[in-house]
Design a protein around this ligand. Structure first.
Ligand SMILES: O=C[C@H](O)[C@H](O)COP(=O)(O)O
Ligand SMILES: C=C(OP(=O)(O)O)C(=O)O
Length: 352
């Protein structure tokens, strides 16, 4: 049967294109500061040394599941900075600053994508506010971590990252592996949501190599991007649908897989997500277990990730945003500040 001709066969499901500010213009509006540059460089080197085993401290990536409010993020950063300084001889504490959120199906995509939280998806404002917030946090002296999701985003914030993550939903993606090969910071790959660690091992191997892919330049020009390869890919164990994967047997298995692939084992454990069954207080089980393993001498364990906020739990995003509860996550549930401070103090004492 012959199809009826339509006026066009392209863009049938596209509803709009809007201009995007260039990375160069955004960096001109929000230039890096010497303080931020110093924070990023020093922490990147410390993290590389931790992953290489020449720095015996533990890397702690801690902070909200997602950012939705600058003032609250800065209040959290101020408190965390104090603890970073207090515990610096045993812990390299950096803040989770996650403005770009992956969703299992649909949902609010984060501060970078939708800063008004109302479905306008004002990316230009979101990118601007994200860079501004990252600059402020780094300028305080607190290094930060983020998930790299939308492939153009590194061009806007690469200079602000001490550490990056690829999420469980994108570790298997060729686009993300190639993107990491050009990222300036060490990057951790989560195991898949189904629990596959093999996906993350493959991702490390891929991201170590040079890649050529499609991206943008600082001037916003579509470009064929060529990269050097990122030597500091590593695994983040975050549990899977079958349950947690932070126990000794999982650490052993992941390490064997890495060794068989010619990669020196270096593991971070994410206490949240499937490792906590999405119950915020259960992050403490993983925290205690991994610290005990580490104190017991397992130096393959290089770090821990925790979802923590000013106040515990989570909330749905209300239609009237004035009803948002202060300092409470709008994505996954987080431990509150008092628990956060207790966890860090507990780890510091044990790691003596
Ligand atoms: O870390 C946050 C969430 O687990 C992730 O963004 C997926 O969220 P969703 O399953 O609620 O969509
Ligand atoms: C989305 C996240 O985790 P995962 O990719 O492990 O689900 C996260 O750390 O915010």
């Amino acid at each position: 049967m012959t199809a009826t001709l339509t006026p066009t066969t392209e863009n049938l499901n596209v509803t709009g294109f809007q201009p995007l500010a260039t990375p160069r213009s955004m960096k001109a509006e929000l230039p890096n500061t010497p303080e931020a540059q110093q924070t990023v460089q020093a922490s990147r080197q410390a993290i590389k040394n931790i992953l290489d085993g020449t720095d015996p401290r533990l890397l702690i990536i801690i902070g909200p599941c997602s950012i939705h409010d600058e003032a609250q993020a800065l209040e959290y950063a101020g408190r965390l900075l104090e603890l970073r300084r207090r515990y610096a001889d045993r812990l390299e504490i950096i803040m989770r600053v996650y403005p770009d959120k992956p969703r299992t199906t649909v949902g609010w995509r984060g501060y970078l994508n939708d800063p008004h939280m109302d479905g306008q998806n004002d990316f230009n404002l979101g990118l601007h506010k994200t860079r501004e917030l990252m600059l402020k946090i780094n300028s305080l002296g607190l290094p930060l971590a983020t998930e790299l999701l939308d492939p153009f985003v590194p061009q806007y914030i690469d200079d602000q990252l001490a550490w990056g993550a690829i999420g469980a939903r994108t570790t298997e993606s060729q686009t993300h592996r190639a993107m990491v090969s050009g990222v300036s910071a060490p990057v951790g790959f989560k195991n898949g949501t189904g629990g596959s660690v093999k996906l993350a091992v493959d991702a490390i191997l891929s991201a170590r190599k040079p890649h050529t892919f499609l991206g943008i330049t600082d001037d916003g020009q579509a470009a064929v991007v060529s990269t050097r390869g990122n030597a500091y890919g590593h695994i983040i164990l975050r549990g899977g649908t079958a349950g947690p994967n932070y126990g000794y047997e999982h650490v052993e298995k992941a390490s064997e897989m890495l060794t068989a692939s010619g990669v020196t084992p270096a593991l971070i454990v994410d206490c949240s997500h499937h490792n906590s069954g999405y119950v915020h207080d259960k992050q403490l089980d993983a925290w205690h277990d991994v610290i005990f393993q580490r104190v017991g001498g397992d130096t393959r364990l290089k770090g821990l990730m925790v979802e923590s906020n000013l106040n515990a739990g989570k909330q749905s995003i209300p239609a009237d945003l004035s009803e948002l509860q202060y300092g409470v996550s709008v994505t996954d549930a987080c431990v509150g500040w008092d628990t956060t401070a207790d966890m860090l103090a507990w780890a510091y004492e044990r790691l003596a």
